[in-house]
Design a protein around this ligand. Sequence first.
Ligand code: FAD
Length: 303
Amino acid sequence: MLPRSFQYFAPASVEEAADLLREHAGDVKILAGGMSLIPLMKLRLASPGYLVDINRVKGLDYIKESDDGKSLQIGSLTRHHALESSPLVGKRAPLLSEAAASIGDPQVRNRGTIGGALAHSDPSGDWGATILAMRGVIKVQGPSGERSISIDDFLVDTFATALKEDEVITEVSVPIPPETGSGSAYMKLERKAGDFATVGVAVQLTLEERGDGVYCTYAGIGLAALGAKNLRAGKAEGCLTNMKLTKDTIAEASSAAERECSPSDDPLRGSAKYKREMAGLFTRRAVELAAARAQGRGGRGSR
Ligand SMILES: Cc1cc2nc3c(=O)[nH]c(=O)nc-3n(C[C@H](O)[C@H](O)[C@H](O)COP(=O)(O)OP(=O)(O)OC[C@H]3O[C@@H](n4cnc5c(N)ncnc54)[C@H](O)[C@@H]3O)c2cc1C
């Protein structure tokens, strides 16, 4: 199908984009990678009369360390592939590279942006779960200025976020995990390569060796395709945080994730019961892999 006809704008600044959003409120959409919006428009599930293409806005495509070295700052127009292949991301926040590599196919990763994916808030999307695990922050700009929203507050519901209609996501930032003792893993169950998740689990851990064993000082766990939106597995995190990391604590965390998610039956990817069991299994596997990486085993993802 063809989309409805629309008026196209290509502003050069975020301010100009935000003004256009305000001027055409109720009938306007931002266009970033177009990987989600264009199919929706072709199916007429979205039919905006005005499109604000932000691809010519300067200064939204970057990956850098903050001045104090504590966080990684990512411009909202940064493509999935740039995150997958960036040496800085691989070194400072490898969970992001691993999650990015699992998204769609090369075409989707070359066009799709992190800002667009988060704004779309697809419950099966990989970015929300990943940014939840890292406790990231979304920076947005509107006609009345800038504000920062924690990822927990940003993701509101299926395809719904805390973004106001005249706001543009400008940046996503994540705290850089400590150099020693940190490990992460993104694990995704998919029907075939390039598919959306049947179940996705993002885990970020920091471990500390003490006299009587290894303790977990930070646990972040985000879930994809396991509820109405990307979910924080807060109870599972609680089973690990400040606890000695043992087979038992990992098993408790996996059971907690299994209980706290709320998947639905779907004819393509399986029953809610199956997905719930997979949530437990994938949480256990991802925590084990992140822990091994935190201890210098298991290849990429050490940090
Ligand atoms: C075949 C295929 C496979 C896919 N597989 C996966 C997958 O496995 N995992 C996954 O997570 N995703 C997957 N996706 C989705 C993909 O990641 C998209 O890139 C992403 O959801 C949307 O990003 P975009 O930049 O293309 O945004 P667009 O499609 O341009 O926009 C999406 C929405 O976000 C809004 N928006 C965009 N940028 C901003 C901004 N800066 N500020 C405010 N609002 C904004 C738009 O108005 C629109 O409502 C797939 C898509 C396709 C087509």
